[in-house]
Write a protein that binds this ligand. Structure first.
Ligand SMILES: NC(=O)c1ccc[n+]([C@@H]2O[C@H](COP(=O)([O-])OP(=O)(O)OC[C@H]3O[C@@H](n4cnc5c(N)ncnc54)[C@H](OP(=O)(O)O)[C@@H]3O)[C@@H](O)[C@H]2O)c1
Length: 240
């Protein structure tokens, strides 16, 4: 398979890139922004993993990636990159323009790349879209995460639209909603809160990026009968 993953050089994205590239039948294109050295390391570890620099804030970068999608014709698109912070401030203190910025930086590039992928998928009547959401969509949203949770909710609905509109072309759109993992995204969360999350966890341990990467690997390899599904990975802390 030919796979494209956004933000595939660090955190969860790196775990997914490595998991998929470990299967030498796959060619894994993965984007990076600041994690250039990591990207080089992944490329040297896996000859079938190819980095592409793409800053979602840079329209030229996004346009270039869309052109590349037309050229390398992926079978799977994994929307993983996220720009911005997890916890910022309470909703009532958040400037309305910050919501707009979060939307422009996250949702618009994801829409553009997914449209480019779907154009190719429809031509060959085959394709898979996997979008990373968050378990905060089913759990009580953490205070201070308004922009993040709203962006992910928007993607959740778009992913359902992609499933409904494209299923008859043998294209699937599924989502994965993980709970808290230790990555760059969560590194500023206070240690005591991390300990509390672990303590409240039924397994008394945090979810790892490898565990989520295994789930993405499953979705990338499974039947196209599985469509429009959201896999929540929260150890049944909240069941919806
Ligand atoms: N950590 C958690 O607890 C958690 C829980 C649920 C869901 N998630 C989701 O998992 C996904 C990966 O997050 P993570 O936890 O692995 O955190 P992360 O390491 O901070 O990953 C964010 C990714 O987005 C990329 N990115 C950041 N700014 C970018 C930009 N300007 N242009 C293009 N790409 C950019 C980063 O690339 P560079 O490193 O190359 O800059 C990085 O690969 C996100 O969708 C996040 O919402 C995380």
């Amino acid at each position: 398979m030919i796979i494209l993953i956004t933000g595939g050089s660090s955190g969860l994205g790196e775990a997914i890139t490595r998991r998929l590239a470990a299967d030498l039948n796959n060619t894994v294109y993965f984007t990076f922004n600041q994690s250039g050295p990591n990207a080089t390391q992944i490329q040297s570890d896996f000859p079938n993993a190819i980095p592409i620099k793409c800053d979602f804030k840079n329209e030229t970068d996004v346009a270039y990636l869309k052109t590349k999608i037309g050229e390398f014709d992926p079978d799977v698109l994994i929307n993983n990159a996220y720009l911005g912070s997890f916890i910022i401030t309470h909703f009532h203190k958040t400037a309305p323009t910050d919501f707009l910025t979060g939307f422009k930086e996250n949702i618009v590039p994801t829409i553009e790349l997914t449209q480019a992928a779907i154009a190719g998928f429809r031509k060959k009547k085959s394709g898979k879209i996997i979008t990373i959401l968050t378990a905060a969509l089913v759990n009580t949203p953490p205070a201070g995460a308004a922009i993040y949770v709203a962006n992910k909710a928007y993607l959740e609905k778009l992913a359902q639209v992609w499933a409904a509109e494209n299923g008859k072309y043998n294209i699937t759109s599924n989502t994965v909603s993980p709970s808290f993992m230790l990555t760059n995204f969560t590194k500023s969360v206070d240690e005591r809160i991390v300990e509390q999350i672990k303590e409240n966890h039924p397994l008394k341990k945090l979810l790892t990026t490898q565990e989520v990467a295994d789930t993405v690997y499953f979705l990338a390899n499974t039947s196209n009968q599985i469509n429009g599904v959201n896999i929540v990975i929260n150890a049944a802390i909240n069941i919806k």
